[in-house]
Design a protein around this ligand. Structure first.
Ligand SMILES: Nc1ncnc2c1ncn2[C@@H]1O[C@H](COP(=O)(O)OP(=O)(O)O)[C@@H](O)[C@H]1O
Ligand SMILES: [Mg+2]
Length: 260
């Protein structure tokens, strides 16, 4: 299996604070990861390091076979789809959905050139994968949060990335929209040539059977890594959130029961 990400002993220090400490993380093609941690545990910082927006204080980063420090990061980013609120804030939100998706072809923010009919066809194909083709001509800022999230993922998919990073993609979705959205992600994950996916959340209820690996981050340190069954134990969840709780897995999926 080709390796998608190799992080070796990655640490990140800012203003005397250790935000990440000694992180080892190895992701292979075909794996779909849940990355979980409390607010401020360093999840987004870790993703910024993987996408080259932050540089580790120490340690080695290799993404899609390219060693950071020896590779062209903007070029590499074209093979990584990253969806986070950080990107959303920089989008030309008055543009229609299909233009927002097409802007992903350049891994740029905003439309600065005309796209060819073939490129628009690719943008439309991405919208279809995310079941958002019906809103193609609607301006982004008039879409519901669930529709916006689908359009942003379609944008991330337009370059057919090898790695798709979803940083808390369900934040702000109502329960029904969240359920539909998670089902569509499951379908995406099952497609042939699906990218490796990193799904970030702090809700155990969002973990689906399609996520085959999990990593728990607490205060910038990896406290558990492996299959969801071995990682999402009551003991690990209690440690992760510093609060007594029980992790349950039944046919409807995972859930967390908080004890007093
Ligand atoms: N560039 C930076 N300078 C200083 N502090 C930072 C920087 N980036 C992140 N942090 C801090 O690191 C901690 C982890 O943040 P973040 O990675 O966003 O956590 P999460 O995504 O898990 O909620 C937070 O306390 C945040 O304030
Ligand atoms: Mg975050």
């Amino acid at each position: 299996m080709p390796v998608v990400i190799e992080l070796e002993n990655v640490s990140f220090v800012r203003q005397g604070h250790k935000i990440l400490s000694g992180v080892h993380w190895w992701i292979e093609t075909g794996q779909h990861w849940a990355l979980m941690g409390a607010n401020g545990s360093g999840k987004t910082t870790l993703l910024k390091i993987i996408t080259g927006y932050e540089w580790p204080t120490s340690g080695q980063v290799k993404v899609l076979g390219k060693q950071f420090g020896e590779t062209n990061i903007p070029e590499l980013r074209k093979h990584i789809g990253w969806v986070s609120t950080a990107i959303e804030q920089k989008l030309p939100i008055q543009d229609c959905a299909i233009d927002v998706v097409a802007s992903g072809l350049e891994a740029s923010l905003g439309l600065f050139r005309d796209f060819t009919p073939e490129e628009y066809a690719r943008a439309e194909e991405s919208l279809k994968i995310m079941k958002a083709e019906a809103v193609a001509l609607q301006s982004f800022n008039t879409l519901s949060q669930g529709e916006q999230q689908r359009v942003l993922i379609a944008r991330a998919l337009v370059n057919r990335p090898k790695l798709l990073i979803l940083d808390e993609p369900c934040a702000g979705l109502d329960p029904a929209a969240r359920m539909r959205f998670l089902r569509d992600l499951e379908r995406l994950a099952a497609m042939p040539d699906a990218p490796a996916i990193i799904f970030v959340t702090h809700h155990l209820e969002e973990i689906g059977g399609w996520m085959n690996q999990a990593l728990l981050l607490k205060d910038g340190k990896v406290i558990a890594v492996g299959s969801p069954k071995t990682v999402f134990t009551s003991e690990n969840m209690t440690n992760l959130f510093d609060s007594l709780c029980r992790a349950k897995c039944d046919p409807d999926g995972w859930r967390l029961v908080m004890d007093k």
